[in-house]
Design a protein around this ligand. Structure first.
Ligand code: 1PR
Length: 574
């Protein structure tokens, strides 16, 4: 008999399963994918191993996912598998599918109904960013047979009440005390999350079924522990230490501010793929001998792993130049993603060149297909820069009517809003009279060279080399949000590499312009700058590059500083 340990994973072509596969393999299991009802029925009928483990992962749009489940004949087989008593683990949309229904998609609303009376609704965005993206902890753990005040002394499938896990979703099973009581009376265990003033189901389990709204495969070592506990059948574990002695620094509850490490990647003049870093987007060394080599700060895969180990909540790769005359399948960034996702178990974003791609033979490959190749290589999100500007220009030219065909719309429709980040490359311009400008301006505390009291931000394409005459930063981000973008990565050409802090006025201006999360970027030089941008602007995440590459600070220095200042940050388990 083979000693191979196998995890079966349902694959209905939705989102990035590579990360889950990497996490499962990291634990020592092989992955076997099941792509339709017949294959699952075969597993139910012919596999007598009581240790069979099935995972139902889902990313992105609920309607798209449930439609795939239905069309591939999986609805009845999944329910039959559950009835067989063998273990099932639902992840994210996998959890959502176990519920009764959702309001996310008008055409497909009916879930599997395993959890009766529970439906999905959208988080309210009046006081918080939606999607809910980032690291959150449980605001209440309920385990059958264990007193409420003792539940945090236990781990449910490795889920620790004090630990933080990575969430990314706009819809949730929003719940109140009455519904919690009802589910408890039906025999469910629950982990309840809190986002703003809304409570939602973060994890649920009963008998042989366990499901999480968060992504364990993207939740660092704490998440790997959950997958391992499920695969090894470790349902309930009593912790040795009391919660106060658990390996978690401070238990400030709720969503943390994310600290992101960014790697600008390109080939240098010797043809090597390197992480580089610019000053106001100029990545070449200034030397007196007339040579101006591309600054080389290390290797992308090595640095990414390094930052993961230092505690980065996410890693972003920006391919800052196009790889000309390179067939799509040979793009070096695909391999970077493939390798990095084997060792980095937090979300990975890739940007640069997410647009319709012209192959050397002239064939044009759609931006959706390009994004899909990155997702399949291990990326969780793609970031769109230049193409977002062109899309916004077209949108305003068309009297604000969406074409339905832009990469932002196409990718977010297939992979969910959370998978589409807009990378903005703005530069400040001063103006004396805001009415003279077609772009939204604001009054600045720092007047321009001629005493101009107002400013706006031009947006650039091609890495800061050309500026749009049709849209400014406000017009760009508001348009992209309407078209389906899930997050804004807000760079700033003036501040890039300057090490003197973020452009707080810009960050505040953009944060107030949209309801989706905003990542502040450009200018971080020390941990104090992170605190400053979170305190002054309420931005959701902040990114650093040069200060980490030059090894002036580690990611953990920033986190410790924020933690000591009373800000919630994520610390992984040892
Ligand atoms: O236009 O969709 O192909 O995407 C190109 C991407 O590459 C965009 O996201 C654009 O921001 C980026 N990019 C292009 N050229 C450069 C350059 O530097 N010459 N990098 C570039 C932009 C900004 C951040 C940087 C922060 C933090 N760099 O990536 O990491 O400014 O730096 P700091 O903390 O050291 O100040 P498309």
């Amino acid at each position: 008999m083979s000693s191979e340990k196998v995890a079966y994973v349902i694959d209905v072509d939705s989102g990035n399963l590579q990360s889950l596969q990497n996490a499962i393999e990291h634990i020592g299991y092989q992955v076997k994918y099941l792509t339709n009802g017949e294959e699952l029925m075969d597993l139910i009928d012919n596999n007598n191993d009581p240790n069979t483990k099935l995972i139902l992962p889902g990313v992105g749009n609920y309607g798209h996912f449930v439609k795939q489940v239905n069309e591939k004949g999986l609805r009845e087989p999944i329910l039959k598998y559950i009835a067989s008593g063998k273990p099932l683990f639902g992840i994210c949309v996998g959890l959502q599918t176990l519920l009764e229904s959702s309001t996310e998609d008008n055409n497909v609303s009916e879930g599997l109904g395993y959890v009766e009376g529970l439906s999905l609704t959208k988080f309210k965005n009046s006081t918080k960013s939606v999607p809910h993206i980032g690291w959150n902890n449980t605001a209440g753990l309920y385990i059958q047979g264990i007193a409420k005040n003792e539940a945090s002394e236990y781990e449910l499938y490795g889920l620790n009440a004090n630990q933080r896990y990575y969430f990314v979703h706009s819809y949730a099973a929003i719940i109140d005390d009455e519904k919690i009581e009802k589910l408890l009376s039906q025999g469910f265990n629950l982990s309840i999350g809190k986002y703003g003033d809304e409570k939602f189901v973060a994890a649920i389990s009963k008998d042989n079924v366990f499901a999480t709204q968060f992504h364990p495969e993207k939740s660092g070592k704490a998440g790997i522990k959950i997958i391992k506990s499920f695969l090894n059948g470790e349902k309930l574990t009593k912790l040795d230490a009391k919660p106060s002695e658990a390996p978690v620094k401070k238990n400030i509850s709720g969503l943390t501010h994310r600290i992101i490490a960014c790697l600008d990647v390109r080939t240098n003049d010797d043809g090597d793929l390197v992480v580089t870093k610019g000053d106001q987007y100029d990545v070449r060394e200034k030397s007196t001998d007339g040579k101006s080599d591309v600054r080389n700060l290390g290797k992308p895969v090595e640095l990414a792993e390094n930052y993961y180990k230092q505690g980065a909540d996410e890693v972003t790769f920006l391919n800052i130049t196009s790889f000309k005359n390179c067939p799509l399948q040979d793009l070096p960034m695909l391999e970077v993603l493939k390798q990095s996702s084997k060792t980095v178990f937090v979300p990975l974003t890739v940007g640069g060149g997410i647009r319709d791609f012209k192959q050397p033979d002239g064939e044009v490959v759609s931006a959706l297909k390009v994004a899909e190749m990155y997702f399949k290589s291990g990326a969780d999100k793609v970031s769109i820069g230049s193409d977002a500007v062109y899309t916004a220009e077209q949108y305003y030219d068309d009297n604000e009517v969406p074409s339905g065909k832009s990469p932002i719309e196409m990718i977010s429709k297939s992979y969910g809003n959370q998978a589409v980040v807009i990378s903005v490359d703005p530069k400040r311009s001063y103006v004396a009279d805001p009415k003279s400008m077609p772009f939204k301006c604001f009054k600045t505390k720092y007047p321009g060279p001629k005493g101009e009291e107002y400013c706006y931000y031009q947006v650039s394409v091609k890495g800061g080399r050309e500026f749009s005459k049709k849209v400014g930063a406000f017009e760009l981000v508001t348009c992209c949000e309407k078209l389906g973008a899930g997050e804004i990565l807000l760079n700033c050409i003036d501040k890039d590499g300057a090490k003197n802090g973020y452009d707080l006025e810009l960050v505040d201006f953009i944060k107030k312009s949209v309801n989706i999360p905003v990542i502040a970027s450009s200018g971080a030089g020390k941990p104090e700058h992170f605190l400053e941008v979170f305190r002054e602007t309420g931005v959701d995440a902040a990114l650093g590059a040069g200060m980490f590459h030059r090894e002036e600070y580690k990611v953990m220095d920033v986190k410790n500083y924020l933690d000591n200042s009373g800000y919630a940050v994520r610390f992984d388990i040892d």
